[in-house]
Write a protein that binds this ligand. Structure first.
Ligand code: G6P
Length: 284
Protein backbone atom coordinates (compact mmCIF):
# COMPACT_ATOMS: atom_id res chain seq x y z
CA UNK A 1 0.00 0.00 0.00
CA UNK A 2 1.32 3.45 -0.99
CA UNK A 3 1.33 5.90 1.96
CA UNK A 4 3.08 8.79 0.21
CA UNK A 5 5.05 9.11 -3.03
CA UNK A 6 8.12 7.42 -1.49
CA UNK A 7 6.74 5.32 1.36
CA UNK A 8 4.93 2.00 1.07
CA UNK A 9 3.79 -0.55 3.62
CA UNK A 10 4.72 -4.16 2.97
CA UNK A 11 5.11 -7.50 4.72
CA UNK A 12 8.21 -9.68 4.91
CA UNK A 13 8.16 -13.46 4.38
CA UNK A 14 7.62 -14.20 8.08
CA UNK A 15 4.61 -11.84 8.14
CA UNK A 16 5.99 -8.78 9.94
CA UNK A 17 4.91 -5.46 8.45
CA UNK A 18 7.28 -2.64 7.62
CA UNK A 19 7.35 0.80 6.07
CA UNK A 20 9.69 0.97 3.10
CA UNK A 21 11.19 4.27 1.99
CA UNK A 22 12.43 4.41 -1.60
CA UNK A 23 13.20 8.05 -2.20
CA UNK A 24 15.79 10.06 -4.11
CA UNK A 25 16.95 11.10 -0.61
CA UNK A 26 17.52 7.66 0.88
CA UNK A 27 16.43 4.05 1.27
CA UNK A 28 15.06 3.03 4.64
CA UNK A 29 12.94 0.39 6.34
CA UNK A 30 11.04 0.60 9.64
CA UNK A 31 9.26 -2.43 11.13
CA UNK A 32 6.02 -1.83 13.03
CA UNK A 33 7.22 -4.37 15.57
CA UNK A 34 9.42 -2.33 17.89
CA UNK A 35 9.12 0.70 15.52
CA UNK A 36 12.52 -0.67 14.59
CA UNK A 37 14.50 0.88 11.77
CA UNK A 38 16.56 -1.79 10.02
CA UNK A 39 17.87 0.07 6.98
CA UNK A 40 19.05 3.59 6.24
CA UNK A 41 21.18 4.35 3.21
CA UNK A 42 21.54 8.00 2.23
CA UNK A 43 21.59 8.64 -1.55
CA UNK A 44 24.91 7.77 -3.19
CA UNK A 45 26.45 6.67 0.11
CA UNK A 46 27.03 3.38 1.89
CA UNK A 47 24.50 1.86 4.33
CA UNK A 48 24.72 3.38 7.82
CA UNK A 49 22.84 0.62 9.64
CA UNK A 50 23.76 -3.03 10.17
CA UNK A 51 21.48 -6.08 10.44
CA UNK A 52 22.61 -9.66 10.99
CA UNK A 53 22.57 -12.00 7.99
CA UNK A 54 20.90 -14.54 10.31
CA UNK A 55 17.93 -12.36 11.20
CA UNK A 56 14.61 -14.08 10.41
CA UNK A 57 12.14 -11.39 11.62
CA UNK A 58 9.93 -13.42 13.94
CA UNK A 59 6.93 -12.00 15.75
CA UNK A 60 7.64 -11.29 19.40
CA UNK A 61 11.41 -11.67 18.99
CA UNK A 62 13.83 -8.77 18.94
CA UNK A 63 15.43 -8.07 15.57
CA UNK A 64 19.24 -8.44 15.68
CA UNK A 65 20.38 -5.20 14.14
CA UNK A 66 18.99 -1.84 13.14
CA UNK A 67 17.96 0.37 16.05
CA UNK A 68 16.07 -1.55 18.75
CA UNK A 69 14.28 0.82 21.11
CA UNK A 70 15.08 -0.28 24.65
CA UNK A 71 12.26 0.94 26.94
CA UNK A 72 11.15 1.33 29.75
CA UNK A 73 14.39 -0.09 31.04
CA UNK A 74 17.78 -0.69 29.53
CA UNK A 75 19.65 -3.94 30.16
CA UNK A 76 18.75 -6.45 32.83
CA UNK A 77 15.90 -5.28 35.09
CA UNK A 78 16.34 -5.52 38.85
CA UNK A 79 13.80 -8.32 38.56
CA UNK A 80 16.01 -10.57 36.39
CA UNK A 81 13.00 -12.55 35.15
CA UNK A 82 11.78 -9.55 33.22
CA UNK A 83 12.87 -9.23 29.56
CA UNK A 84 16.24 -7.60 28.92
CA UNK A 85 15.94 -4.09 27.42
CA UNK A 86 12.25 -3.79 28.26
CA UNK A 87 9.20 -4.50 26.16
CA UNK A 88 9.00 -1.80 23.45
CA UNK A 89 11.28 -3.61 21.02
CA UNK A 90 8.96 -6.63 20.77
CA UNK A 91 5.65 -4.74 20.89
CA UNK A 92 3.55 -3.73 17.91
CA UNK A 93 3.68 0.03 17.30
CA UNK A 94 1.26 2.07 15.21
CA UNK A 95 2.30 4.19 12.24
CA UNK A 96 0.93 7.69 12.98
CA UNK A 97 2.17 9.95 10.24
CA UNK A 98 4.29 10.04 7.10
CA UNK A 99 5.26 13.50 5.87
CA UNK A 100 7.37 14.18 2.82
CA UNK A 101 9.17 17.49 2.80
CA UNK A 102 11.55 18.75 0.16
CA UNK A 103 14.68 17.66 1.98
CA UNK A 104 13.43 15.06 4.48
CA UNK A 105 10.87 12.36 5.11
CA UNK A 106 9.33 12.32 8.58
CA UNK A 107 7.79 9.13 9.90
CA UNK A 108 6.25 8.92 13.34
CA UNK A 109 4.98 5.92 15.25
CA UNK A 110 3.53 5.46 18.70
CA UNK A 111 3.31 2.56 21.09
CA UNK A 112 -0.33 1.98 22.10
CA UNK A 113 -0.14 1.44 25.85
CA UNK A 114 -2.74 -1.33 25.53
CA UNK A 115 0.16 -3.33 23.97
CA UNK A 116 2.21 -3.04 27.14
CA UNK A 117 1.65 -5.43 30.03
CA UNK A 118 0.69 -3.36 33.11
CA UNK A 119 2.92 -5.54 35.28
CA UNK A 120 5.88 -3.99 33.49
CA UNK A 121 4.55 -0.45 33.06
CA UNK A 122 1.54 0.59 35.16
CA UNK A 123 2.00 4.32 34.40
CA UNK A 124 -0.11 6.67 32.30
CA UNK A 125 2.41 7.84 29.70
CA UNK A 126 2.74 8.28 25.95
CA UNK A 127 5.66 6.98 23.87
CA UNK A 128 6.34 8.20 20.35
CA UNK A 129 9.24 7.96 17.95
CA UNK A 130 9.94 10.18 14.98
CA UNK A 131 12.40 9.30 12.22
CA UNK A 132 13.68 12.19 10.12
CA UNK A 133 15.36 10.78 7.02
CA UNK A 134 17.32 12.98 4.63
CA UNK A 135 20.09 12.48 2.11
CA UNK A 136 22.61 13.50 4.79
CA UNK A 137 21.52 12.00 8.07
CA UNK A 138 19.17 9.88 10.07
CA UNK A 139 17.58 11.48 13.09
CA UNK A 140 15.68 9.40 15.67
CA UNK A 141 13.64 11.22 18.32
CA UNK A 142 12.03 9.20 21.11
CA UNK A 143 9.54 11.18 23.22
CA UNK A 144 8.07 10.12 26.55
CA UNK A 145 5.21 12.16 27.98
CA UNK A 146 3.87 11.70 31.47
CA UNK A 147 0.07 12.01 31.22
CA UNK A 148 -0.46 11.18 34.87
CA UNK A 149 -0.35 13.11 38.12
CA UNK A 150 2.65 11.47 39.73
CA UNK A 151 6.33 11.42 38.72
CA UNK A 152 7.65 8.55 36.58
CA UNK A 153 11.19 7.22 36.14
CA UNK A 154 12.61 5.11 33.35
CA UNK A 155 15.80 4.13 31.57
CA UNK A 156 16.07 3.69 27.80
CA UNK A 157 18.36 3.51 24.77
CA UNK A 158 18.39 3.77 21.00
CA UNK A 159 20.51 0.67 20.48
CA UNK A 160 22.07 1.53 17.09
CA UNK A 161 23.90 -1.27 15.25
CA UNK A 162 26.47 0.29 12.90
CA UNK A 163 28.50 -1.33 10.12
CA UNK A 164 32.24 -1.66 9.71
CA UNK A 165 34.16 -3.78 7.20
CA UNK A 166 36.67 -4.70 9.93
CA UNK A 167 36.24 -4.14 13.68
CA UNK A 168 39.99 -4.56 14.25
CA UNK A 169 40.59 -1.46 12.11
CA UNK A 170 37.80 0.56 13.73
CA UNK A 171 38.08 3.14 16.51
CA UNK A 172 35.75 5.42 18.45
CA UNK A 173 36.82 8.99 19.18
CA UNK A 174 35.04 11.38 21.54
CA UNK A 175 34.65 9.25 24.65
CA UNK A 176 37.93 10.37 26.19
CA UNK A 177 37.44 11.83 29.65
CA UNK A 178 34.11 10.05 30.24
CA UNK A 179 33.60 7.60 33.10
CA UNK A 180 32.40 4.10 32.31
CA UNK A 181 31.40 0.91 34.00
CA UNK A 182 31.91 -2.44 32.34
CA UNK A 183 30.80 -5.94 33.40
CA UNK A 184 29.64 -4.43 36.71
CA UNK A 185 33.05 -2.91 37.46
CA UNK A 186 34.20 0.67 37.61
CA UNK A 187 33.77 3.55 37.20
CA UNK A 188 36.94 3.91 35.11
CA UNK A 189 37.99 6.91 33.08
CA UNK A 190 38.26 6.50 29.31
CA UNK A 191 41.80 7.69 28.57
CA UNK A 192 42.21 7.06 24.86
CA UNK A 193 40.36 6.58 21.61
CA UNK A 194 38.65 3.16 21.86
CA UNK A 195 39.97 0.26 19.74
CA UNK A 196 38.47 -3.22 19.68
CA UNK A 197 40.34 -6.41 20.58
CA UNK A 198 38.03 -8.09 23.11
CA UNK A 199 34.40 -8.16 24.25
CA UNK A 200 33.42 -4.53 24.86
CA UNK A 201 30.34 -3.53 26.86
CA UNK A 202 30.99 -0.08 28.28
CA UNK A 203 28.28 2.08 29.81
CA UNK A 204 29.50 5.69 29.79
CA UNK A 205 28.12 8.48 31.93
CA UNK A 206 28.60 12.15 31.09
CA UNK A 207 29.92 11.48 27.59
CA UNK A 208 30.28 14.32 25.08
CA UNK A 209 27.32 14.68 22.70
CA UNK A 210 29.24 13.54 19.58
CA UNK A 211 31.40 10.52 18.82
CA UNK A 212 33.25 9.72 15.59
CA UNK A 213 33.64 6.10 14.56
CA UNK A 214 36.54 5.66 12.14
CA UNK A 215 36.13 2.61 9.90
CA UNK A 216 37.95 1.58 6.70
CA UNK A 217 34.76 2.65 4.85
CA UNK A 218 34.73 6.18 6.32
CA UNK A 219 33.80 8.02 9.48
CA UNK A 220 30.38 7.59 11.08
CA UNK A 221 29.28 10.46 13.30
CA UNK A 222 26.86 9.66 16.11
CA UNK A 223 25.39 12.60 18.00
CA UNK A 224 22.98 12.57 20.94
CA UNK A 225 20.50 15.02 22.46
CA UNK A 226 19.13 14.91 26.01
CA UNK A 227 21.44 12.02 26.70
CA UNK A 228 24.51 12.19 28.89
CA UNK A 229 25.03 8.42 28.84
CA UNK A 230 25.83 6.04 26.01
CA UNK A 231 26.76 2.40 25.55
CA UNK A 232 29.51 0.94 23.37
CA UNK A 233 29.18 -2.74 22.58
CA UNK A 234 30.86 -5.47 20.57
CA UNK A 235 30.23 -9.09 21.63
CA UNK A 236 33.57 -10.46 20.27
CA UNK A 237 34.19 -14.21 19.94
CA UNK A 238 32.52 -16.06 22.83
CA UNK A 239 29.41 -13.92 23.24
CA UNK A 240 28.79 -14.02 19.46
CA UNK A 241 28.30 -17.77 19.79
CA UNK A 242 25.63 -17.29 22.45
CA UNK A 243 23.65 -14.48 20.78
CA UNK A 244 20.37 -15.15 19.00
CA UNK A 245 20.25 -14.47 15.25
CA UNK A 246 23.94 -13.68 15.03
CA UNK A 247 26.59 -15.58 13.03
CA UNK A 248 29.73 -16.56 14.95
CA UNK A 249 31.98 -14.25 12.92
CA UNK A 250 29.63 -11.27 12.57
CA UNK A 251 31.26 -9.36 15.44
CA UNK A 252 33.89 -8.44 12.81
CA UNK A 253 31.36 -6.37 10.90
CA UNK A 254 29.45 -4.35 13.49
CA UNK A 255 29.49 -2.31 16.64
CA UNK A 256 26.78 -0.63 18.70
CA UNK A 257 26.98 2.94 19.93
CA UNK A 258 23.75 3.55 21.79
CA UNK A 259 22.26 6.90 22.80
CA UNK A 260 20.99 6.24 26.31
CA UNK A 261 19.44 7.52 29.49
CA UNK A 262 20.87 5.12 32.05
CA UNK A 263 22.49 5.17 35.50
CA UNK A 264 22.36 8.72 36.93
CA UNK A 265 21.04 9.90 33.58
CA UNK A 266 17.71 8.06 33.94
CA UNK A 267 14.62 10.00 32.79
CA UNK A 268 12.56 11.51 35.60
CA UNK A 269 9.29 12.94 34.36
CA UNK A 270 7.16 15.15 36.54
CA UNK A 271 3.39 15.09 35.93
CA UNK A 272 2.57 16.29 32.40
CA UNK A 273 6.26 16.60 31.46
CA UNK A 274 7.91 15.35 28.22
CA UNK A 275 11.44 14.26 27.40
CA UNK A 276 12.93 13.60 23.97
CA UNK A 277 16.00 11.40 23.57
CA UNK A 278 17.57 11.81 20.13
CA UNK A 279 20.38 10.35 18.10
CA UNK A 280 21.65 11.68 14.78
CA UNK A 281 23.74 9.39 12.61
CA UNK A 282 25.59 10.38 9.44
CA UNK A 283 28.67 9.75 7.36
CA UNK A 284 31.26 12.34 8.43
O1 G6P B 1 21.01 -9.65 23.03
P1 G6P B 1 20.29 -8.38 23.41
O2 G6P B 1 19.24 -8.58 24.45
O3 G6P B 1 19.74 -7.68 22.19
O4 G6P B 1 21.38 -7.41 24.04
C1 G6P B 1 22.51 -7.05 23.33
C2 G6P B 1 23.45 -6.16 24.15
O5 G6P B 1 22.82 -4.94 24.42
C3 G6P B 1 23.59 -3.94 25.11
O6 G6P B 1 24.58 -3.41 24.31
C4 G6P B 1 24.16 -4.48 26.41
O7 G6P B 1 25.06 -3.55 26.99
C5 G6P B 1 24.81 -5.82 26.20
O8 G6P B 1 25.21 -6.37 27.45
C6 G6P B 1 23.88 -6.78 25.48
O9 G6P B 1 24.51 -8.02 25.27
Amino acid sequence: MQLSPSVTIARCESGLEYLQVNSPLCQARIFLQGAQLTEYTPANQKPLIWVSSEEDYQEGKSIRGGIPICWPWFGVHQNPEWPIHGVARVSLWRAEEVKEEQDAIRISLSLPMAQVDKTYWPHNTKLEVEYVLSDKQLEVRLTNTNLGDSPVQLTQALHSYLPTPDITQTSVDGLQGAQYIEFGEGPFEQQEVVHFGRETDMVYSDAKPLQRIRTPDGTIEVARENSRSCVLWNPWVDKSQRLSNFADDEYHKMLCLEAANVLDDKVELAAQQSHTLATIIRWG
